[in-house]
Design a protein around this ligand. Structure first.
Ligand code: UDP
Ligand code: MG
Length: 315
């Protein structure tokens, strides 16, 4: 088999309802372009009929391939697995739920082939159809991480992007276990162009991200791409030492000058509580980094494959 023009990597967790729509819409675009696509689905430990559907599809067509994980490893791991096995000249990452409109593909391909960019990313400029509170926290997160990290994490950026081999290899060279894709994509650099579009709601099924899952993801992102919280902990520590030092001097002078009346017990308890609170908070920050370091040093595999069908080897 020749190298396909484009490999589309599709992480899928319980997407039996959306996959048929996805293929139908993307095929329309492919036909209009007259190109060869390879569809590489990553079944991320689905518990519905996703795997059976993928098996059927890959049997029926030699452009559909799949990798099925031994359990749920998360979208980040699925993206890594997909990029590792993609055969195409260009590689796109797309969600199965059509929230990443295939209609943007022609413009993305044109940008890479004609404008000489290495990667075309997409950004949704609105978040319509999403709960207000979720949008609010998302915005806060982007503001925070961009202040804390030197790596640019673009607000509203999707994982939906088309890239050439150079960028794919660069992303794969980052073999870390804690994979925060939005940061990794920014970190590798290269010439990147952004396309903007209005948010689209998923065609069927449900989102896999609960509020708490997103919250944990946000913490992961900050820990993975910034060490500013550690600096913050040392700064707060220094500040408290300074305050304590001044207070000691004040109290010593006061005691020498005016004697030692035993008042001030409540204020002391307050200070004690505050300081130990800050201490625990800072130890917590340290713990976050230590935990991530611990996991990295174990060098566990990013994903495990239960079964796969990848067609003929071309690489
Ligand atoms: N997904 C995955 N593993 C996960 C969670 C999600 O492979 O643990 C896939 C999911 O099947 C979908 C894409 O990642 O194709 C985006 O997920 P979803 O649409 O639920 O997220 P949202 O668009 O709501 O952010
Ligand atoms: Mg979605």
């Amino acid at each position: 088999m020749d190298r396909p023009d484009i490999t589309i990597v599709i992480p899928a967790l319980n997407e039996e309802k959306t996959i048929p729509y996805f293929i139908k819409e993307t095929e329309k675009v492919r036909k209009s372009l007259g190109m060869e696509f390879e569809y590489l689905f990553i079944d991320d430990g689905s518990t519905d009929g996703t795997l059976e559907m993928l098996k059927k599809l890959s049997k029926a067509s030699d452009t559909v391939h799949y990798i099925s994980f031994s359990r749920n490893f998360g979208k980040e791991a699925a993206i890594y697995a997909g990029l590792s096995h993609a055969k195409g000249e260009l590689v796109a990452i797309m969600d199965a739920d059509l929230q990443d409109p295939p209609s943007l593909l022609p413009e993305m391909i044109r940008s890479i082939r004609e404008d000489g960019v290495d990667c075309v990313g997409t950004r949704r400029v609105s978040r319509k159809g999403e709960p207000k509170i979720r949008s609010f926290f998302a915005r806060c997160f982007y503001r925070l991480i961009n202040r804390l990290s030197k790596t640019e994490v673009v607000d509203g950026a999707r994982d939906y992007q088309l890239m050439n081999r150079k960028v794919v290899e660069a992303i794969l060279s980052m073999g870390e276990y804690n994979r925060f894709s939005k940061g990794i994509f920014g970190w590798v650099g290269y010439k990147k162009k952004w396309l903007e579009y209005e948010n689209v709601e998923r065609v069927a099924g449900e989102t896999k991200w609960s509020f708490w899952k997103l919250f944990a993801y946000a913490i992961d992102g900050i820990v993975a791409f910034s060490t500013a919280p550690l600096t913050f902990a040392s700064l707060v520590g220094t500040l408290f030492c300074l305050v304590a030092f001044i207070m000691i001097i004040v109290i010593v002078i006061k005691t020498l000058a005016f004697g030692d009346p035993t008042s001030g017990w409540p204020s002391m308890v307050c200070i004690l509580l505050l300081v130990s609170g800050v201490q625990l908070f800072c130890i917590g920050i340290l713990g976050q980094y230590l935990a991530k370091t611990y996991l990295e040093t174990k060098k566990r595999p990013i994903y495990l494959v239960a079964e796969q069908e990848l067609g003929e080897e071309t690489r």
